[in-house]
Design a protein around this ligand. Structure first.
Ligand code: NAP
Length: 257
């Protein structure tokens, strides 16, 4: 018996096999779920190649979360793949221009780039939830990925602000979708060496000392623990949890200075 037997899950935001979304798709399949993945633009062809590395090759959908046509057509695109109901929707998406917004550029970050970061990384959780809502009902679960936005980190700069917006967006979605029995939660992961992380100038500063300080230690090359937590939140084992942020960081967040 798998934790997600009989469930259908959409994982949005898979580019490489290092993507957290890839690990989520893998664990979800191992736990019995039918999985669909998405990415957008030029990277779509990479995602299609990477999809073959999953235990079962999933359908790959083209979804730019800033493109209203893509969002409007998503439910039909899923139906065309034979999906009648989504039990899980995973938002594993973020973008902030590393040239202008990250790595110590906080005081100079231009609004156009900040607004793009907030749209792609935070507002899109609401966009994705609404685009998939026709296929969600009692028991469906939305899960996003954050990096603890309660404090200011080195280098993270405007992405930290975007994550604060994501965390708030998740709570409001939990409030407004709760009456339909739809949950919305986030997993707050420790630093992981993915494509997005490597694009952050100064990622090493964020990462430094995490493994030695975290009570449980931390392997920044292992997306598995984060993926397992996402799948647990999709499962029926968190039926009364919504608007929550689960830390998967080796316990680092629980320490003082
Ligand atoms: P990743 O592999 O680069 O995944 C980010 C995904 O977002 C990519 O597939 C990217 O596509 C996609 N994306 C960007 N703009 C998009 C758009 N407009 N529409 C649709 N998709 C878009 O990096 P990751 O680290 O796994 O990130 C996944 C999530 O985990 C993000 O929310 C990230 O902030 C969060 N997180 C990461 C860490 C970490 O240390 N890595 C820690 C905590 C939380 P392209 O590659 O084609 O641009």
């Amino acid at each position: 018996m798998g934790l997600l037997d009989g469930k259908t899950v959409l994982v949005a935001g898979v580019t490489m096999d290092s993507s957290i979304g890839f690990a989520v798709a893998k664990v979800a399949q191992e736990q019995g779920a039918r999985v669909l993945i998405s990415n957008f633009g030029r990277a779509l062809s990479i995602t299609k190649r990477i999809a073959k590395r999953l235990p079962e090759e999933p359908p790959v959908l083209d979804l730019d979360v800033t493109n209203q046509e893509h969002l409007d057509g998503l439910a039909d695109a899923l139906r065309a793949e034979g999906v009648e109901r989504l039990d899980g929707v995973v938002h594993s998406i973020a973008y902030g221009n590393p040239e202008t917004l990250l790595g110590g550029k906080f005081l100079d970050g231009p609004w156009d780039d900040v607004s793009q970061a907030v749209q792609v990384s935070a507002y899109s959780l609401k966009s994705l939830a609404m685009a998939t809502r026709p296929l969600m009902s009692e028991g469906s679960s939305i899960v996003g990925l954050t990096f603890d936005a309660t404090v200011a980190w080195p280098a993270y700069d405007w992405m930290g602000v975007a994550k604060a917006a994501l965390e708030s967006t998740s709570r409001y979605l939990a409030r407004d979708l709760g009456p339909d029995g739809i949950r919305c939660n986030l997993v707050s992961a420790g630093p992981l060496k993915t494509l997005a992380a490597k694009a952050i100038p100064g990622f090493e500063e964020l990462d430094e000392g995490w493994g030695s300080r975290a009570p449980l230690g931390w392997d920044n090359t292992d997306q598995g623990p984060t993926a397992k937590a996402v799948c647990a939140l999709i499962s029926d084992f968190f039926p009364a949890t919504t608007g929550e942020i689960i830390h998967v960081d080796g316990g680092y967040h629980s320490l003082g200075a």
